[in-house]
Design a protein around this ligand. Structure first.
Ligand SMILES: NC(=O)c1ccc[n+]([C@@H]2O[C@H](COP(=O)([O-])OP(=O)(O)OC[C@H]3O[C@@H](n4cnc5c(N)ncnc54)[C@H](O)[C@@H]3O)[C@@H](O)[C@H]2O)c1
Length: 350
């Protein structure tokens, strides 16, 4: 039986990775200290998701550890000798990082180094998957010429029709402190691949989503918007007339990519991973979709000024990953992703 170690296992990506691997016969060790609650308050509490995993899985073991605990991480990797490590624990918000820069860097950058080094010492042959982010490109994507359409921005240059690929530069651009701590981790993950020859990959995520996201105002765009429309919460649109575009990928399709990589890993790999153009949506368009879905209007205000470092139009070009892993495909289109929120049942939302 194969064993995996998944950090951030009560979060969106981590929890779906646990379920996905458990369904396929893996033994899974999860690491999560519910720090999302500390970051985002009650909406960020992931206890419900941990309880669900403990109920629904067969071979899952939870460890309430902190990825900043260097010795704890090393001990756990030494004891479990995982065949696969999926590192999805993070402080995931731009705005919060500016308020808590030490926690952000310690969790995102140093926590990643703790796991990399534990892996190098005790499981150097095992694929190491790091959930990176498109924020490593900072706001460089905003330098692309755009056209303003009725409900969204789009790229003016047809060369970008399929979106942004991995050759976009990552320096000399404003990342937000969150983006910068993820760059540090992303480069370190690549370095363990190049320098030590370990099978490491950075998945630079677009919007990773799904009804299991504990959506909070500062993180989890679709999940929080769904909650706001359904529960009558007040929603703030920050800048760009609400025409900013995100591409959305369901967490199960992220799991598919993780397993595809794990079955055929390569060292120091970097891939953009999002929903692509087909799954792209602007805030205005997403509001209209959820208003239709729930049959009620969103109570919202417009804040005249974007979040710092926010992308105006971001669509992931998936060509590199599709070329290397042709068997992988997106199974959830935008309609399916949005429809799933109608069944969203996490207690924190009720
Ligand atoms: N969701 C997105 O839109 C998105 C986009 C791009 C990249 N990513 C990246 O993907 C990864 C997973 O994102 P997610 O949306 O599942 O986030 P999430 O917040 O839902 O899950 C992260 C989990 O990590 C846990 N955690 C945080 N700090 C911890 C610590 N110090 N020790 C142990 N556990 C800790 C949290 O409690 C949470 O359950 C993150 O690295 C994130 O940066 C996410």
């Amino acid at each position: 039986m194969k064993t995996a170690l998944v950090t951030g296992s009560s979060g969106l990506i981590g929890s779906d990775t646990v379920s996905y691997l458990d369904e396929r016969g893996w033994r899974v060790h999860g690491v999560d200290n519910n720090m999302r609650r500390e970051f985002f308050g009650e909406h960020g509490d992931t206890t419900w998701n941990l309880e669900r995993l403990l109920r629904e899985t067969k071979r899952f073991e939870h460890h309430g550890l902190d990825v900043r605990d260097r010795d704890g991480m090393e001990r756990l990797v030494a004891e479990t000798r995982p065949d696969l490590i999926v590192h999805a624990a993070a402080q995931p918000s731009h705005d919060l990082a500016a308020r808590m820069p030490f926690e952000d860097f310690d969790v995102n950058a140093v926590g990643t180094l703790n796991l990399l080094e534990a892996a190098r010492r005790h499981a150097p042959e095992s694929p190491f998957v790091f959930m990176s982010t498109n924020k490593v490109y900072g706001d460089a994507p905003n330098e692309l010429e755009l056209v303003e359409l009725e409900t969204r921005f789009d790229y003016a240059d047809p060369a970008y029709r399929d979106g942004i690929d991995e050759t976009m530069r990552i320096d000399a651009t404003m990342h937000s402190l969150f983006g910068a701590s993820k760059v540090a981790a992303d480069v370190m993950v690549q370095e363990y691949g190049r320098y030590f020859g370990m099978p490491t990959v950075c998945f630079r995520g677009g919007c990773l989503t799904g009804a299991r996201h504990s959506g909070a105002e500062l993180h989890g765009f679709l999940a929080y918007l769904a909650r706001a429309v359904r529960d009558g919460l007040h929603y703030r649109i920050y800048g760009y007339k609400g025409k900013q575009v995100r591409d959305n990928i369901h967490s199960r399709d992220v799991c598919g990519a993780v397993v595809a990589y794990a079955e055929s890993p390569r060292a120091a790999a970097v891939y953009n991973l999002g929903g692509g153009r087909g799954n792209s949506v602007s805030i205005l368009e997403a509001i209209a979709r959820f208003e239709d879905l729930f049959g009620r209007k969103l109570d919202h205000t417009y804040v005249d000024g974007p979040r710092r470092g926010d992308h105006i139009c971001y669509i992931s070009d998936l060509a590199r990953f599709r070329t290397d892993y042709p068997e992988w495909e997106l199974t959830m289109d935008l309609d399916a992703i949005i429809a799933e929120f109608a069944e969203q049942r996490e207690p924190a939302a009720l």
